[in-house]
Design a protein around this ligand. Structure first.
Ligand code: TA6
Length: 296
């Protein structure tokens, strides 16, 4: 059902019988809340977020399309997150979808204005699903609907902001020994060392050819987020830390301590679609109790 959210912006709420819930704003098709059955908020949303178009909402899961970051001539992270999506009136049949899941289908097509900055026709369908175990799944289906025979190329990310108790007691597992591009060092390529990633300063890294599964361990909550992804070979890890946090108007000075972005992405190898072709990119988020002790 559609509700009025902050500043009157419309949002959809998905609830399951066990008490889990997800909220998605039509502005940007942006998930802004994912709560477990105890009503705990699992995503980070800045207390200073604008909720005022055309600025993007700071937190939740921004959709970066058709351009990740400044890798092209469009505004940072493209324009999908700055547009009003609609609830898809006619979703095409979706394979393997059992009826005990709560979901909403959102649709974005470019406006006249959009085709001036990105001269292509597309249909971008996002299905947000709240699974029976409270897991959150996002499936993007992007189709090239150009009638001029032209292919198009894009980069993509689910820019997920996870809520963590204390960034200095968080570990990320699954990215060990992988190569990454370091945004803080002119995107030069480095190789990650051999054990779990921990955080003591600003991090902005694009890990390449990453595994399907990545784990984010929150020590204090004894909780692990698990990301399972498909069609998204890269993973961006970002924490602005104190200095950069202070420079962002829509981000509280201390909020960096309680968030971590781990973003399922397709960046190193941009995706090219011919007219009529469709790309799918999926991420599934879940939480499991974790007994890790920091430093192990
Ligand atoms: O995901 C990493 C990143 O590209 C960082 O470089 C930082 O710019 C972050 O995204 C946030 O970007 P935004 O445009 O949402 O402020």
């Amino acid at each position: 059902e559609i509700h009025k959210g902050i500043n009157g912006l419309e949002k959809v709420i998905l609830r399951d019988i066990r008490g889990s819930s997800v909220e998605i704003y039509l502005y940007g098709a942006q998930v802004t809340s994912w709560k477990n059955e105890h009503g705990e908020e699992l995503l980070f949303l800045s207390s200073k977020s604008n909720f005022k178009p055309p600025k993007p909402i700071r937190g939740g899961i921004p959709i970066c399309f058709p351009q990740f970051s400044n890798l092209g001539s469009l505004e940072a992270h493209g324009f999908a997150r700055n547009r009003f999506w609609v609830v898809d009136p006619s979703p095409p049949p979706f394979p393997t979808h059992s009826s005990n899941k709560k979901y909403v289908d959102l649709l974005l097509k470019p406006s006249e204005e959009d085709t001036k900055i990105w001269p292509h026709s597309f249909e971008f369908r996002l299905r947000v699903t709240l699974g029976p175990a409270g897991d959150l799944m996002l499936t993007s289906r992007i189709r090239n609907t150009n009638t001029d025979g032209k292919p198009f190329t894009f980069t993509f990310a689910y820019h997920t902001y996870f809520s963590v108790s204390d960034i200095s007691e968080v570990r990320v597992e699954g990215l060990e020994t992988l190569d990454y591009l370091d945004n803080l060092q002119n995107r030069q390529r480095f190789t990650e060392q051999g054990d779990a990633i921990t955080f003591e300063s600003e991090v902005d890294k694009i890990y390449l050819s990453t595994p399907t599964k990545i784990a984010i361990l929150d020590h204090e909550k004894k909780r692990t987020f698990v990301i399972r992804k498909d069609g998204l070979p890269d993973a961006v890890v970002w924490n602005p830390w104190d200095k950069k946090a202070k420079s962002m108007a829509d981000f509280g000075d201390d909020e960096y301590k309680h968030m971590l972005c781990v973003e399922a992405a397709a960046v190193e190898k941009p995706i090219t679609l011919k007219p009529g072709e469709e790309w799918r990119g999926r991420q599934e988020l879940s939480t499991v109790p974790s007994s890790y002790c920091s430093g192990q």
